[in-house]
Every structure is written in C-alpha cells, then in structure tokens.
Ligand binder design. Structure first.
Ligand SMILES: Cc1cc2nc3c(=O)[nH]c(=O)nc-3n(C[C@H](O)[C@H](O)[C@H](O)COP(=O)(O)OP(=O)(O)OC[C@H]3O[C@@H](n4cnc5c(N)ncnc54)[C@H](O)[C@@H]3O)c2cc1C
Length: 490
C-alpha cells in the first residue's frame, strides 16, 4: 500500500456514485455493528461495507469478554458490589500509562446502561462466576476477573470486582460457539432487522472529501473501484494494525513477528486513510500482550526472568504478565514449579489446554534445575530461598501474591521455557472524542468522520484488561452511530 493510494479524493472528481446511504460504516465487526444499530434506530439509512464475505471480524472469533462494571445486574446477582467510581479507580491504575481519563470516566459511567443495551439486543449472559486463574472461563460462566482486579497491586487500589462479562457460549441451533460469536450474532441480527444494508467483499481504500468534510469512501469490489456517498457521516470500524508489518515496525516494534488476537484484515487502512486527511492518532505504541503460560501453573509456581529473578505477581491477569515480560524482561521468562503444584494445576480445568505442555527441564533439586537452565550458580537458588522463606509465613513482600497461592517450593522441581511466549495487538489508533468524532491534528473534529474499535485509541493506553476491546468497540461504536446519524459537527 502506498501513500499515494491513500490520499483523500475530492468529491468533484467522482464521476459516478455507486451506492449512497445516510451513514456509511466500513467494517462489520463489533464497532461497526454497534454503530449500525444506533444509527438505524436514530432514523438513518445505514450501509455497512465489509471486506470479507461475512459479519464478525475479530470479534466473532474472540473469547468474548466484554469489560463492564459499576454494579451490573450480573455482578449483583453473583454477589459483587461495584460502582462506576470503583471501576474508574481500577482502570486508571491498570490501563495506563497515559490513560485517557475522560474516556475512562465516560466509559465507567455508561457501563450499566451499556450492559442493558447488550442484553436488550439479545446478548445472553449466564449467572455463574469463574473464579480461578485463567484466560477465559472453560465453560459458559458469564463473569470472571479479567484484568488483575483481585491481585496485587490493584486489590489495594480499588475494591476487587470481576468485570469480564462473557456472552453465553452456546447456541442450541448451531452447537458450541465462543463468546465473541455469541456477542456478534444477536447484534448482527438486530442490525439487519432494523433495515441496515450490508455490502460484502467491499474494501474501503480512501476517503472522499468535500473541502474539510468527509462525504464518502472509495472502495474496491471484486477488483473494481466504487464510490460510496455518505449523506451524514462515515464511520471507520476496520480494526487495528496488527497485520501491517510497516505500521507495527514504525509504532509498536515489540510486536514484530508476533501478531495475536487479531485478524489479517487488521492492516491499518482505516487509520491510514484518516491520517492522510489530517486525523490525529494516539498511543500507537501501546499493545495488548498475551502470554502462553498456564495461569493455574503460574499462580502455583514462580516466574523468573533471564537472571533467575522474579519480576511479577504470578497470580495476576496473564495479560499483565505478558506485558511485564515483553516490555520489561526482553521477553525472557521461565516458570518454575514443584511436583506437587504441577500435579495440582494439572487436575484443574482450563479453557486453554494448549498451554499444558510438558516442562522443559525437571530436576531433583533447585541447584540442578538452575544448572540445567544455564543460569548462574545461586541465581535461582537465591530466588527460591527468598520466596520460600516468606511463603512459609503466607507472605510475598516483593510482589504481593495472595496467600492462597503461597507455599514453599519443595522436592522435585521443573521449569517451563517461556522465552518468546508472547503475542499481541496494538491498542493505538485514531484520536476520537467522547462522541467518536475523529479529531484532526489541530484538535478539531473532522466533519463527517467518526471511528470506533481498534482503529481508534480506546480506554487502554498502556496496560490492558480482557474485554476492553469488545467493550470500548461496542460502547464507542454506538456513540459513532449516534453522532454520525445526527450529521452535523458543531
Ligand atoms: C481469538 C481472539 C480472542 C479475543 N478475545 C477478546 C476478548 O475476550 N475480549 C476483547 O475485548 N477482545 C478480544 N479480542 C480482540 C477483539 O476481538 C478485537 O480487538 C475487536 O473485535 C476489535 O473490534 P473492531 O470492531 O475494531 O474490529 P473487528 O471486530 O475485527 O471488525 C473489523 C471489521 O472490519 C473489516 N475490515 C477491515 N478492513 C476493512 C476495509 N478496508 N473495508 C471494509 N471492511 C474492513 C474486517 O474484515 C472486520 O470484519 C480477541 C480477538 C481474537 C482474534
């Protein structure tokens, strides 16, 4: 893709408009469908342009966590107290640095209404809690901790409440489906029942502009260029840039060669087409990071870096472990565990059996293990000695692991080589305001242009919580649809 091909095209140069709608949305994933529903309910004629042959995007493949709180009916039914202020306190601590305080406050205050909106549009949540270390619930539990809320250091910052809301992972007609699919399906059905039109196999390439206003998009359909006119507004909902090698190299180079939890269609085109018209971006270096360690084993063992030293709370959200490993430990990590803990962990259920591989090294003593791992003599032994001394007292003064997971490592020990065991997707993108208006580098909204989802910088600007992408994608997707249907930018 060259910069020339991305430059906006003046409306005066368009000889024929192939399609017209009030609101034109590029991308039929979570942000696009949410925008479509709200724009259609506001009375706008809506057209979605989707590059692939079906709805869903990354959202339909996702585990399905939607980050919601403030005392949702599901939280309350399961006995958890939460408030918008408590949620905000947690997010401000967990998702920075550089957290967008206005967006976080807005998101937390709107969370209860957003839960009701999802349920009202047919998204099912089962009243059951998954309260074990893990990436996702192994069954169809509707609620889980998904950001380290109940682990150090955040359990001392805000009162812990689970906020990972997972749509029920079952569809009687089609069999087992993931939570993301069960989120997208009722929303897509709602959109289409509202009369939203969809053109599949249509790929947005450039914006069409009239002076300072965006009035449509150029797109490719089966190799031919088409011009699509938007009477009121264009919504960009094309996903992030995990699969643009150039953009990853330029902005988030730690992710080079390790895209994860994204789809190949996340090639950054929405971001580039808008920046070619002067749009501002934010937090382009921020990334979500998945870590391929078994959370049940991590909580029971210790994670050490390339020097054999602990560096993170092992019982926290695995995405936080991933960021700590990739950002601060040069992607060097080993999980050390004793035989008893290993057996206990293997007896637990997991949604990610793929992480349950045999250990890389096993030894009778920590000294032998240390030598087998190639660590300097005493490096690991000292770490284990310090850990064991405090664990025997139910304490972890270095990282604050909870007492329930603390037990001295004894007897035969093993280690898993987790060097390079990370993948992720960028969190940065177009700078938008609370109405999802795309902001120009001057700070002014660009008339006629709206965006949501991972082509924008959302609520996470450094740290991450599972559910933030489906959460802010749907939340600000709705705002984009509402604002676009109004048309005018004041
Ligand atoms: C396996 C997996 C698990 C995940 N688990 C979670 C989770 O539990 N919770 C969570 O919050 N997030 C999760 N994510 C991430 C989340 O799914 C995405 O970040 C989220 O879907 C982004 O929303 P979006 O609307 O921006 O993009 P998408 O949902 O991907 O939608 C973008 C759509 O735009 C289309 N498109 C792209 N380019 C163009 C173009 N040029 N023209 C027209 N259409 C275009 C794409 O084909 C796609 O359909 C997961 C992702 C994966 C893959």
């Amino acid at each position: 893709m060259t910069a020339g091909k991305l430059r906006p095209v003046p409306a005066a140069a368009i000889a024929e408009w192939h399609e017209t709608a009030d609101v034109v949305i590029a991308g039929y994933g979570i942000a696009g469908v949410s925008a479509a529903i709200e724009a259609a309910r506001s009375g706008a004629q809506v057209l979605i342009l989707e590059r692939t042959s079906g709805w869903g995007g990354a959202a339909a493949l996702a585990g399905g966590f939607v980050y919601l709180g403030g005392g949702t009916p599901l939280q309350r039914a399961l006995g958890f107290e939460d408030s918008a202020e408590n949620m905000e306190k947690f997010l401000l601590a967990a998702v920075g640095p550089g957290a967008d305080a206005a967006k976080i406050a807005d998101y937390c205050r709107g969370s209860l209404e957003h839960y009701d909106w999802l349920v009202g549009n047919g998204v099912p949540f089962r009243e059951a809690l998954w309260d074990e270390p893990g990436w996702e619930p192994p069954h169809d539990e509707g609620l889980a901790y998904s950001g380290g809320e109940n682990a150090a250091p955040f359990n001392a910052v805000a009162s812990p409440a689970p906020r990972g809301h997972v749509p029920r992972m079952r569809d009687k007609r089609t069999g087992e489906r993931g939570g993301g699919y069960m989120l997208m399906k009722p929303l897509a059905e709602t959109a289409e029942a509202l009369g939203v039109r969809v053109s599949y196999d249509v790929r947005l390439t450039r914006l069409i502009v009239d002076g300072e206003r965006v009035v449509g998009v150029l797109a490719r359909r089966y190799g031919r260029e088409i011009a699509v006119r938007a009477e009121l507004g264009v919504v960009l909902a094309t996903g992030g840039f995990a699969y643009s090698e150039q953009m990853v190299a330029d902005h988030a180079p730690r992710l080079i060669g390790r895209p994860g939890a994204a789809i190949e269609e996340h090639d950054g085109v929405g971001i580039l087409a808008a920046t070619a018209f002067g749009a501002a971006t934010a937090h382009m270096d921020a990334t979500e990071v998945a870590f391929f360690g078994d959370p049940q084993m991590m909580a029971r063992g210790i994670l050490v870096n390339g020097q054999g030293q602990r560096y993170v709370t092992e019982d926290t959200y695995p995405g936080r472990i991933g960021q700590a490993t990739l950002f601060h430990q040069d992607n060097q990590a080993f999980l050390v565990i004793d035989e008893q803990a290993h057996e206990e962990a293997l007896a637990t259920e997991t949604a990610t059996p793929v992480f349950r591989v045999p250990p890389t090294w096993a030894a009778e003593t920590v000294a032998e293990l240390e030598a087998d791992m190639g660590l300097p003599e005493l490096a690991l032994q000292t770490t284990v000695e310090v850990y064991n001394t405090y664990a025997a007292q139910g304490l972890d003064p270095l990282f604050g692991k909870k007492p329930e997971w603390l037990r001295p490592l004894t007897g035969a020990v093993a280690a898993f080589d987790l060097r390079g065991a990370t993948a992720g997707f960028p969190l940065g993108g177009l700078r938008t305001d609370l109405d999802s208006r795309v902001l120009h580098v001057s700070g002014e909204p660009i008339p006629g242009l709206f965006a949501a989802g991972r082509c924008t910088a959302g609520i996470c600007t450094g740290g991450y919580v599972s559910g933030a992408s489906l959460g802010d994608g749907s939340f600000y997707g709705r705002r984009a649809g509402l604002a676009a249907a109004k048309g005018e930018v004041e």
